[in-house]
Design a protein around this ligand. Structure first.
Ligand SMILES: Cc1cc2nc3c(=O)[nH]c(=O)nc-3n(C[C@H](O)[C@H](O)[C@H](O)COP(=O)(O)OP(=O)(O)OC[C@H]3O[C@@H](n4cnc5c(N)ncnc54)[C@H](O)[C@@H]3O)c2cc1C
Length: 377
């Protein structure tokens, strides 16, 4: 492990333990992370860690981004996904935006960094993003956006929304475009906050666009670049979502192991029973395999390996399936206590589920993986 990665991991471990181990339960119960947490993420440099140094960023690679997200998710998956939602939106601007757009919206100055959200999904467009129906019609030197978006992570929290809408109704893929939509935009309305199974501290909302006029210079790239921007963004952020799942898994393993050492039944600690040892061993096997896969995939993205998407999809499925299995088994290790909200593992189990769903469901990931294998891309 290189020393910068090690330093980031150590500092984040300390931050996450101090700031989140006590608060995660409250964020979940209140269905809202403390808004001051966003400022803390900014102060720590996590929201700007991918930006250039001259704009106050650390210009870190994807491996370090993954380690930060993993360590935060270990204690509070809601806080971690708030950061991931921001990173995903800002990466869409970084991969497709002009220097002027980046300087104006992504890093206006060294100390002010906007919080981002990405808005692709719609009630009728989930796994199939080419069925996006929000429209962007050219008017008065800009575009008029109309449509209903859903499932927006950081909805209501973000300063900037990266919104995908249709500029050509006759071209499903090539007719999609991406727009920078600041929160003050007239005609942009944030809908109600969803009540979720897990990640309850994070904000997930609908977004309504009613004749929202966006100047031409807030189109990211060219008209029709939307699909490619989604692909290029996800190629980088899918592995970060995998790291988020890995963090949840890692938190559950640690808690279950400590509990197994302390809890006594039949005159012995329950960790001495082979039936439970095998369960703990399987959890460790899944966790470590997922960790290797996540950081291997991050390396492939950093090195621009032509099979990076294939490895990112494998990392995402491996880590999220591991997170679901591990957190479910962590509840089992704790017995009745595992089912009680005073203990964190039931929250971890609820938080883990969505990692198999968002950023492309695991069925969609398996389609990508199979396509690579069959076409030997
Ligand atoms: C908490 C949360 C946060 C989110 N954050 C964001 C966000 O910030 N921005 C954003 O744009 N979106 C976000 N999403 C949306 C998320 O990306 C979608 O939920 C996801 O892509 C799946 O789309 P869907 O829910 O419409 O499911 P559907 O596409 O309707 O899928 C339903 C089921 O069918 C399966 N399926 C669909 N097509 C196929 C196929 N071809 N082969 C096999 N199985 C298939 C799916 O795997 C799934 O099991 C978020 C969702 C949640 C729950």
């Amino acid at each position: 492990m290189n020393s910068i990665l090690e330093d980031f991991r150590t500092a984040t471990k300390k931050f996450a333990k101090e700031q989140l181990s006590e608060n995660a339960k409250e964020f979940d119960e209140n269905e809202q992370i403390d808004p001051s947490m966003i400022e803390k993420l900014k102060e720590q440099g996590y929201t700007s860690m991918m930006y250039p140094a001259e704009y106050g960023g650390a210009e870190v690679g994807l491996d370090i981004v993954c380690s930060v997200v993993e360590e935060i998710a270990k204690y509070c998956a809601s806080t971690a996904i708030t950061l991931v939602g921001h990173l995903t939106g800002s990466v869409a601007c970084l991969v497709g935006g002009t220097d002027e757009q980046k300087e104006r919206f992504v890093y206006p100055n060294e100390t002010k960094h906007n919080i981002f959200a990405i808005s692709i999904s719609e009630p009728g467009a989930g796994s199939d993003v080419t069925s996006i129906s929000a429209t962007a019609q050219k008017k008065d030197g800009g575009y008029v956006l109309n449509g209903n978006k859903c499932f927006v992570t950081n909805g209501g929290l973000a300063d900037i929304y990266v919104v995908f809408a249709r500029t050509d109704k006759n071209d499903r893929k090539g007719g999609l475009s991406a727009f920078i939509v600041p929160k003050e935009t007239v005609g942009l309305h944030v809908g109600k906050k969803e009540k979720k199974m897990g990640l309850r501290g994070s904000y997930t909302t609908d977004l309504y666009l009613e004749n929202a006029w966006i100047p031409e210079d807030q189109l990211i790239g060219n008209e029709g670049d939307g699909f490619s921007i989604i692909e290029r963004t996800m190629d980088r952020t899918r592995v970060v979502v995998a790291a988020h799942a890995l963090g949840i898994a890692s938190g559950a393993v640690e808690y279950a192991v400590n509990y197994a050492n302390e809890r006594k039944q039949f005159g012995r600690s329950i960790g001495e029973f082979q039936g439970l040892q095998f369960m703990l061993a399987d959890m460790a096997i899944k966790e470590e395999s997922a960790r290797r896969m996540v950081y291997y995939a991050a390396e492939q993205v950093i090195n621009k390996n032509k099979n990076a998407t294939y490895y990112s999809s494998i990392a995402k499925t491996t880590a999220s399936d591991a997170a679901m299995e591990i957190t479910t088994n962590a509840v089992q290790v704790l017995g009745g206590a595992g089912y009680i909200r005073d203990y964190p593992v039931e929250r971890m189990m609820r938080d883990a589920k969505v990692t198999q769903i968002f950023e492309g469901t695991n069925q969609i990931q398996r389609m990508i993986i199979a396509k690579y294998k069959l076409n030997k891309k």
